[in-house]
Design a protein around this ligand. Sequence first.
Ligand code: PEP
Ligand code: MG
Length: 582
Amino acid sequence: MKVINGIPSSPGIAIGKVFLYTNQNLTVPVYPIEQDEVAAEVDRVKEAVEKTRSDLQELKERTEHLGNNDHDNKIIDTHLMILDDPDFLPKVEKQLAEQLINAERALEMTVGQLTEPLKGSSDEYLKERVIDLYDVCNRIIHHLLCLERTPLHDIQHQVVLVSGSLMPSEVLTLDKTYVKGFALDAGGRTSHTAILARSFEIPAVLGLSDITSQVHNGEMIIVDGNAGKVFIQPDQSTIDQYVANLSKWESHERKLLELNELPGLTKDGHRVSLLANLEIPEEVDSALSHGAEGVGLYRSEFLFIKPGEVAAEQEQYEAYAHVLKGMGRDQPVTIRTIDVGGDKIIPELEDFDEENPILGWRAVRFCLSRPDIFRTQLKAMLRASVHGRLRIMFPMISGVEELNDVLDILDSVKQECRDEEIPFDESIKVGTMIEVPSAALIADHIAKRVDFFSIGTNDLIQYTIAVDRGNEKIAYLYQPYHPGVLRVLKMIIDAGHNEGIPVGMCGEMAGDPLATVLLLGLGLDEFSMSPNSLLEVKRIVRSVTLHEAQELVDDIMEMESYRKINTYVRKWMNERIKFFEY
Ligand code: PEP
Ligand code: MG
């Protein structure tokens, strides 16, 4: 048994078999063969081609059965056509016989020759053919090497997914009923992959450095997303222990459900709102079943991030209306305008290949340069607003000019709706995320122009400390309790209150039970988080007084180091609140 420590990124426990996602960095072996081995190598290639063909046919049937889009089907057809090309196999055989090299290398060289003349082309169709040829070659090589190479959306049995990294778009394509846990080499707690894992209630440990080189397909593995530990080939007593831990964890979660109907009220009667963060519209059910009093952040960009399609106005309208109707007429639903860029790349929208994507063409910066996409989204939101209490929120605002520009566009889209007699809610509240340090520093000016703030600590911490939120190598620097961060939080909350607007938080810090009392003491009005964190945070809100929380803040605000603050807050919390333990 091997135990590896990583970053606890999504709570819960997964016990199961490893599915090693080897799509990245496939190393192709190269070795010479004898003349009398050629026939056997040719047979190996033929067999691998047949297996690839049946994989593709099976995949095609399944996509058709699921009613999936034409784009997927066209890709599969193209791949089948490559396999059926009468010249394809003879070319590989020729390469094998002439060069006397192994089948994998011969295949790779053949594809290299076939793609060479297409590579420099600016023709989109030809560029895609290059990708198709490599994709088919990869599939065949996986069969030659006897590696499991099921695409992620093809996983059809219960597994724990082990991979180097995972893009948010890949997480979205997974069938969540089959993937019980994630163990990844890369990533941090506030990366969007981690955020999606929490949303889908998939236990996850990230930042494990090189777990991919330490496991094999089909091996037993335990992912402890609470402690940030992974056990490879656990011994029987560890498995027994974890089966017991899992049942304790599940009963702890069930007990929390008793708080469902109760308000977020401190012992001395101070009321805060506890709201849900949603990544996909279907999560409304989970928000409601965990007692959310509304939606504090709906990350609308995930509607666009599905491969192969760009969400049209009607599709967007339906998604927004679904969330608004689901939450009921009185619960606020905060839809954030599209926040693409950074680690949320949408190839169908634009070429996001940038030197420095985290500081690059993101969020409102993207929207202001693509008013066509932005206006379509705002119109879909306005149309949907008749179904509930919509709040519109803008991400990554860095100054008043940018804010004025997006507000002007919103006004103009409202006017367009009036002209076209499209009904919408005229009293929609409009707010901004405060997640860029410059916005925090001028929060007093920004507060005069909007109805609410929502602090995006995931980015705010990243930009305040200059630490990439997704980079496991510097994850130790990503410190929510850094005194600089706490001062910024206080500055934003005070600025909002001075202008009489509510201040919420929708970054991951809002759902961290250890931070709850501190945030209460700082005066936060709304806490928005993954639905499955809501009840634990509510339990903590209900077990302290506002006065105590303010005392905690007074104790720590003058401390100079995050270590001291961290230790102090942990001790303070552990003395008053009983946390879940195995
Ligand atoms: C944040 O930055 O805190 C936030 C909520 O937005 P995202 O995580 O989507 O960047
Ligand atoms: Mg953000």
